[in-house]
Design a protein around this ligand. Structure first.
Ligand SMILES: [Zn+2]
Length: 361
């Protein structure tokens, strides 16, 4: 008996536990889900739309400390990809653009809480522009819980094609930009996470596929929670600055769940035709769909509620007659059937160039 317990007891327990978690999606789903917040400046003197004041940031962190487990971005991504796990209230903190005020005003608060965080930087301007971190500062922050990742070399609009440039030449050019940035970050930090945050959140299917094929994980600026069905080449993050810094609305977002989307009828966010007449269909995982109260689904585009249709494990929305130039997105939410007060969240971004092929900042 002793022998049997030692030999089989543990594997049997593991097997039973995994059966339990598979049979109950309601319990499994939140465990493989988490939320990523996106900040830029921590300052009162920078553009409001991308800034939180030190006081606002402190208020966010105090709330987070009370209700969430802050984990390194790597842990959340790995768990969403199906390896490892994170607490069911996992939250990761990220910054884009490598501003010095992150160190001056954000870092002391993050350090006091013992929170890890990730900064996506543009190596070409690190130590070169007044408001940017220096490499020495990057290295010092790394020693105290920060990690650094790729935001392209110089914050270009990735989808802009030069005049006369072929699609192939465009991809080669942006790929070199991303690879060079990754090399430079590795040289200075000794680490190559192969994590890219798309500048302005702009990407298309071709680039996303190229990144995935080369072992990169990529992050957008559309909103939503991260879970096992998330596209690892377009991971959503909730902007938490400017108009989104309000803690009351941010609380709902931090508590959101990843909509279990398995496919969409519109697959490329780079849109060439501004009039998308056909409704966009979103298909959910059949098992997980029962957790989503689709009868109360709502989809919004620029503050307007969109016409929707729902079925067993699918929903569709109809876009307004003309999409705007630049960046826009649809946000859809539906209450959870099992977790009271929490919402499944899904966001689909759209990127449309001007006639000249430019993207506004
Ligand atoms: Zn940026």
């Amino acid at each position: 008996m002793q022998f049997i317990m030692t030999r089989w007891g543990f594997p049997l327990l593991v097997c039973l536990l995994s059966l339990l978690s598979v049979s109950s999606y309601a319990q499994k789903s939140p465990h493989s889900s988490g939320v990523i917040l996106l900040y830029h400046h921590v300052s009162a003197d920078t553009p409001r739309s991308t800034s939180v004041t030190t006081a606002q940031f402190e208020q966010h962190l105090d709330y987070i400390a009370e209700h969430y487990s802050v984990v390194p971005l790597q842990d959340l991504v790995t768990a969403a990809a199906g390896q490892g796990s994170v607490p069911d209230n996992a939250l990761a903190i990220t910054f884009d653009d490598g501003y010095e005020n992150i160190l001056q005003n954000g870092h002391p608060l993050l350090k006091a809480h013992g929170f890890p965080y990730t900064v996506f930087i543009n190596p070409a301007v690190i130590g070169k522009q007044n408001n940017q971190l220096s490499w020495a500062q990057v290295e010092a922050m790394q020693k105290e819980g920060a990690s650094f990742a790729n935001h392209t070399m110089d914050h270009l609009h990735l989808l802009e094609q030069h005049i006369g440039e072929t699609k192939q030449a465009w991809l080669a050019r942006v790929w070199k930009n991303i690879s060079d940035a990754e090399t430079m970050i590795a040289e200075h930090t000794g680490k190559s996470l192969k994590y890219l945050a798309y500048p302005f959140g702009e990407y298309n299917q071709t680039l996303a596929r190229k990144l995935a094929d080369n072992g990169y994980i990529a992050f957008g600026q559309h909103s939503g929670a991260v879970g096992s069905f998330t596209d690892m080449a377009a991971i959503p993050r909730f902007p938490a600055a400017g108009p989104y810094a309000n803690l009351d609305t941010l609380k709902t977002k931090m508590a959101s769940l990843a909509m279990p989307v398995t496919s969409t009828s519109l697959t490329d966010p780079e849109i060439s035709e501004r009039n998308v007449k056909k409704p966009v269909a979103i298909t959910l995982n059949e098992d997980a769909a029962s957790l989503v109260r689709l009868s109360q689904l709502a989809c919004y585009f620029q503050g307007e509620r969109l016409p929707i249709k729902t079925a067993q494990s699918q929903f569709e929305f109809t876009l307004p007659s003309t999409l705007p130039i630049g960046r826009s997105r649809v946000n859809c939410t539906a209450p959870s059937n099992s977790l009271s007060g929490r919402f499944y969240w899904y966001s689909m971004p759209f990127f449309i160039a001007t006639k000249e092929g430019k993207y506004p900042d």
